[in-house]
Ligand binder design. Structure first.
Ligand code: SAH
Length: 224
Protein backbone atom coordinates (compact mmCIF):
# COMPACT_ATOMS: atom_id res chain seq x y z
CA UNK A 1 0.00 0.00 0.00
CA UNK A 2 1.38 3.42 -1.00
CA UNK A 3 0.15 5.17 2.12
CA UNK A 4 1.76 2.61 4.44
CA UNK A 5 5.12 2.85 2.74
CA UNK A 6 4.89 6.67 2.66
CA UNK A 7 4.23 6.59 6.38
CA UNK A 8 7.11 4.23 7.13
CA UNK A 9 9.39 6.45 5.10
CA UNK A 10 8.15 9.48 7.07
CA UNK A 11 9.04 7.69 10.32
CA UNK A 12 12.46 6.54 9.10
CA UNK A 13 13.56 9.80 7.50
CA UNK A 14 11.88 12.52 9.54
CA UNK A 15 11.65 10.94 12.97
CA UNK A 16 14.11 8.12 13.63
CA UNK A 17 16.89 9.83 11.69
CA UNK A 18 16.40 12.99 13.78
CA UNK A 19 16.88 11.06 16.97
CA UNK A 20 13.45 10.05 18.27
CA UNK A 21 14.04 6.59 19.70
CA UNK A 22 11.19 5.70 22.05
CA UNK A 23 9.58 2.47 20.78
CA UNK A 24 6.07 3.46 21.87
CA UNK A 25 6.29 6.72 19.91
CA UNK A 26 7.75 5.04 16.83
CA UNK A 27 5.19 2.25 16.82
CA UNK A 28 2.33 4.78 17.17
CA UNK A 29 3.71 6.96 14.37
CA UNK A 30 3.99 3.91 12.09
CA UNK A 31 0.41 2.85 12.75
CA UNK A 32 -1.74 6.01 12.95
CA UNK A 33 -2.87 7.00 9.42
CA UNK A 34 -2.05 10.72 9.40
CA UNK A 35 -3.75 11.20 6.02
CA UNK A 36 -7.15 10.61 7.62
CA UNK A 37 -6.63 13.65 9.88
CA UNK A 38 -6.35 16.12 6.98
CA UNK A 39 -8.84 17.20 4.28
CA UNK A 40 -9.14 14.93 1.27
CA UNK A 41 -7.50 17.56 -0.93
CA UNK A 42 -4.38 17.47 1.30
CA UNK A 43 -4.00 13.71 1.68
CA UNK A 44 -1.27 13.44 -0.93
CA UNK A 45 0.85 15.70 1.31
CA UNK A 46 0.04 14.00 4.61
CA UNK A 47 3.43 12.32 4.98
CA UNK A 48 5.56 15.30 4.05
CA UNK A 49 7.82 17.04 6.55
CA UNK A 50 5.45 19.94 7.23
CA UNK A 51 2.41 21.20 9.14
CA UNK A 52 -0.81 21.33 7.06
CA UNK A 53 -3.93 23.50 7.21
CA UNK A 54 -6.92 21.78 8.87
CA UNK A 55 -9.44 24.65 8.49
CA UNK A 56 -10.40 27.46 10.90
CA UNK A 57 -6.89 28.90 10.33
CA UNK A 58 -5.37 26.07 12.37
CA UNK A 59 -2.76 23.45 11.46
CA UNK A 60 -1.92 19.82 12.13
CA UNK A 61 1.61 19.93 13.55
CA UNK A 62 4.64 18.72 11.59
CA UNK A 63 5.04 14.93 12.15
CA UNK A 64 8.46 15.36 13.77
CA UNK A 65 7.08 17.85 16.31
CA UNK A 66 4.30 15.42 17.30
CA UNK A 67 6.85 12.63 17.71
CA UNK A 68 9.28 14.84 19.60
CA UNK A 69 6.65 16.12 22.06
CA UNK A 70 5.27 12.61 22.53
CA UNK A 71 8.74 11.36 23.34
CA UNK A 72 9.05 14.02 26.03
CA UNK A 73 6.00 12.33 27.67
CA UNK A 74 7.34 8.81 27.19
CA UNK A 75 8.89 8.66 30.67
CA UNK A 76 5.32 8.32 31.96
CA UNK A 77 4.06 4.73 32.22
CA UNK A 78 1.11 3.39 30.23
CA UNK A 79 -2.21 4.30 31.81
CA UNK A 80 -0.93 7.73 32.91
CA UNK A 81 -3.53 10.47 32.79
CA UNK A 82 -2.74 13.15 30.21
CA UNK A 83 -4.35 16.51 29.53
CA UNK A 84 -3.92 17.59 25.92
CA UNK A 85 -4.66 21.24 25.10
CA UNK A 86 -5.45 22.04 21.45
CA UNK A 87 -7.00 18.87 19.98
CA UNK A 88 -6.99 20.30 16.45
CA UNK A 89 -7.23 17.41 13.99
CA UNK A 90 -6.89 14.84 16.78
CA UNK A 91 -3.66 13.42 15.34
CA UNK A 92 -1.56 14.05 18.46
CA UNK A 93 -4.47 12.66 20.50
CA UNK A 94 -4.33 9.46 18.44
CA UNK A 95 -0.59 9.06 19.04
CA UNK A 96 -1.01 9.55 22.80
CA UNK A 97 -3.90 7.05 22.97
CA UNK A 98 -1.81 4.61 20.96
CA UNK A 99 1.02 5.01 23.49
CA UNK A 100 -1.37 3.72 26.15
CA UNK A 101 -2.22 6.99 27.89
CA UNK A 102 -5.61 7.99 29.28
CA UNK A 103 -6.14 11.17 27.26
CA UNK A 104 -8.37 14.12 28.14
CA UNK A 105 -8.30 16.69 25.35
CA UNK A 106 -9.51 20.31 25.25
CA UNK A 107 -10.18 22.33 22.08
CA UNK A 108 -11.69 25.81 21.87
CA UNK A 109 -13.27 25.36 18.42
CA UNK A 110 -16.29 23.07 18.47
CA UNK A 111 -16.12 22.28 14.73
CA UNK A 112 -12.57 20.90 15.09
CA UNK A 113 -13.43 19.00 18.28
CA UNK A 114 -16.35 17.26 16.55
CA UNK A 115 -14.31 16.38 13.48
CA UNK A 116 -11.44 15.04 15.61
CA UNK A 117 -13.83 12.94 17.65
CA UNK A 118 -15.29 11.39 14.48
CA UNK A 119 -11.89 10.63 12.96
CA UNK A 120 -10.69 9.01 16.18
CA UNK A 121 -13.88 6.97 16.55
CA UNK A 122 -13.51 5.72 12.98
CA UNK A 123 -10.03 4.44 13.91
CA UNK A 124 -11.16 2.89 17.19
CA UNK A 125 -8.82 5.18 19.15
CA UNK A 126 -10.80 6.62 22.03
CA UNK A 127 -9.58 9.42 24.23
CA UNK A 128 -11.42 9.61 27.58
CA UNK A 129 -13.03 12.86 26.51
CA UNK A 130 -12.73 15.85 24.18
CA UNK A 131 -14.04 19.01 25.83
CA UNK A 132 -14.81 22.29 24.07
CA UNK A 133 -13.32 25.07 26.18
CA UNK A 134 -10.40 27.36 26.95
CA UNK A 135 -7.25 25.39 27.63
CA UNK A 136 -5.95 28.15 29.94
CA UNK A 137 -8.42 26.78 32.49
CA UNK A 138 -7.21 23.19 32.17
CA UNK A 139 -9.81 20.63 33.15
CA UNK A 140 -10.24 21.02 36.92
CA UNK A 141 -12.93 18.34 37.25
CA UNK A 142 -10.53 15.69 35.85
CA UNK A 143 -7.32 16.86 37.61
CA UNK A 144 -4.71 15.95 38.69
CA UNK A 145 -2.85 14.90 35.53
CA UNK A 146 0.44 13.02 35.22
CA UNK A 147 1.19 15.01 32.08
CA UNK A 148 -0.02 18.12 30.24
CA UNK A 149 0.85 18.60 26.56
CA UNK A 150 -0.05 21.80 24.74
CA UNK A 151 -0.20 22.38 20.96
CA UNK A 152 -0.63 26.17 20.95
CA UNK A 153 1.66 28.88 22.26
CA UNK A 154 0.90 30.60 25.58
CA UNK A 155 2.64 33.69 26.96
CA UNK A 156 3.69 31.56 29.91
CA UNK A 157 2.25 28.46 31.59
CA UNK A 158 -0.80 29.59 33.60
CA UNK A 159 -0.85 28.66 37.29
CA UNK A 160 -3.95 26.48 36.64
CA UNK A 161 -1.78 23.98 34.71
CA UNK A 162 0.73 23.74 37.53
CA UNK A 163 -2.10 23.31 40.03
CA UNK A 164 -3.60 20.51 37.91
CA UNK A 165 -0.33 18.57 37.58
CA UNK A 166 0.36 15.81 40.04
CA UNK A 167 3.63 15.94 41.96
CA UNK A 168 6.36 14.73 39.56
CA UNK A 169 4.03 15.41 36.61
CA UNK A 170 5.36 16.65 33.27
CA UNK A 171 4.35 19.71 31.23
CA UNK A 172 5.34 20.10 27.57
CA UNK A 173 4.32 23.40 25.99
CA UNK A 174 5.49 26.09 23.59
CA UNK A 175 5.85 29.52 25.24
CA UNK A 176 6.60 33.02 23.95
CA UNK A 177 10.08 34.41 24.13
CA UNK A 178 11.58 37.71 22.99
CA UNK A 179 10.02 39.25 19.88
CA UNK A 180 8.08 36.71 17.89
CA UNK A 181 10.12 33.74 18.95
CA UNK A 182 8.82 30.68 20.73
CA UNK A 183 10.49 27.88 22.59
CA UNK A 184 9.34 24.42 23.62
CA UNK A 185 9.45 24.22 27.37
CA UNK A 186 9.53 21.07 29.48
CA UNK A 187 8.50 21.38 33.09
CA UNK A 188 8.28 19.04 36.03
CA UNK A 189 6.26 19.73 39.14
CA UNK A 190 8.53 19.46 42.16
CA UNK A 191 7.40 20.49 45.63
CA UNK A 192 4.39 22.32 44.18
CA UNK A 193 6.56 24.38 41.83
CA UNK A 194 7.30 24.01 38.14
CA UNK A 195 10.95 23.38 37.34
CA UNK A 196 11.50 24.11 33.66
CA UNK A 197 14.02 23.88 30.87
CA UNK A 198 13.91 25.11 27.27
CA UNK A 199 14.48 22.40 24.68
CA UNK A 200 13.95 23.73 21.15
CA UNK A 201 12.93 26.77 19.12
CA UNK A 202 9.44 26.10 17.71
CA UNK A 203 6.54 27.73 15.87
CA UNK A 204 2.95 27.13 16.97
CA UNK A 205 -0.38 28.91 16.52
CA UNK A 206 -1.25 31.11 19.52
CA UNK A 207 -3.16 29.74 22.50
CA UNK A 208 -6.15 32.05 22.33
CA UNK A 209 -6.95 33.71 25.63
CA UNK A 210 -10.75 33.69 25.88
CA UNK A 211 -10.77 36.02 28.91
CA UNK A 212 -8.75 38.61 27.05
CA UNK A 213 -10.94 38.19 23.95
CA UNK A 214 -14.14 38.84 25.90
CA UNK A 215 -12.61 41.85 27.67
CA UNK A 216 -11.63 43.18 24.26
CA UNK A 217 -15.05 42.69 22.72
CA UNK A 218 -16.73 44.37 25.74
CA UNK A 219 -14.40 47.32 25.26
CA UNK A 220 -15.14 47.50 21.53
CA UNK A 221 -18.89 47.40 22.19
CA UNK A 222 -18.56 50.31 24.60
CA UNK A 223 -16.59 52.34 22.05
CA UNK A 224 -19.18 51.84 19.32
N1 SAH B 1 -2.05 18.67 17.89
C1 SAH B 1 -2.95 19.28 16.93
C2 SAH B 1 -2.47 20.68 16.63
C3 SAH B 1 -3.58 21.64 16.52
S1 SAH B 1 -3.12 23.33 16.34
C4 SAH B 1 -2.96 18.41 15.70
O1 SAH B 1 -2.13 17.48 15.61
O2 SAH B 1 -3.80 18.58 14.83
C5 SAH B 1 -3.57 23.99 17.90
C6 SAH B 1 -5.01 23.90 18.30
O3 SAH B 1 -5.15 24.63 19.53
C7 SAH B 1 -6.00 24.53 17.33
O4 SAH B 1 -6.96 23.57 16.97
C8 SAH B 1 -6.63 25.67 18.13
O5 SAH B 1 -8.00 25.88 17.85
C9 SAH B 1 -6.43 25.21 19.55
N2 SAH B 1 -6.48 26.29 20.55
C10 SAH B 1 -6.03 27.57 20.45
N3 SAH B 1 -6.26 28.24 21.60
C11 SAH B 1 -6.87 27.38 22.44
C12 SAH B 1 -7.35 27.48 23.77
N4 SAH B 1 -7.27 28.62 24.48
N5 SAH B 1 -7.92 26.38 24.32
C13 SAH B 1 -8.02 25.22 23.65
N6 SAH B 1 -7.57 25.05 22.39
C14 SAH B 1 -7.01 26.11 21.78
Amino acid sequence: MGRDSDRNRMVDEQIVRRGVADPRVISAMRKVPRHLFVAESKRANAYLDTPLAIGERQTISQPFMVAYMSELMSGLPQGSKILEIGTGSGYQTAILVHMGFEVHSVERLQSLAIRAENTLKQLGLSPKDITVGDGHLGLPEKAPFDGIIVAACALKPPQTWIDQLSEGGVLVTPVKRRGNSQVLLVGKREGGRLVTRDVEAVKFVPLVDERQMSRLSRLLRRLR
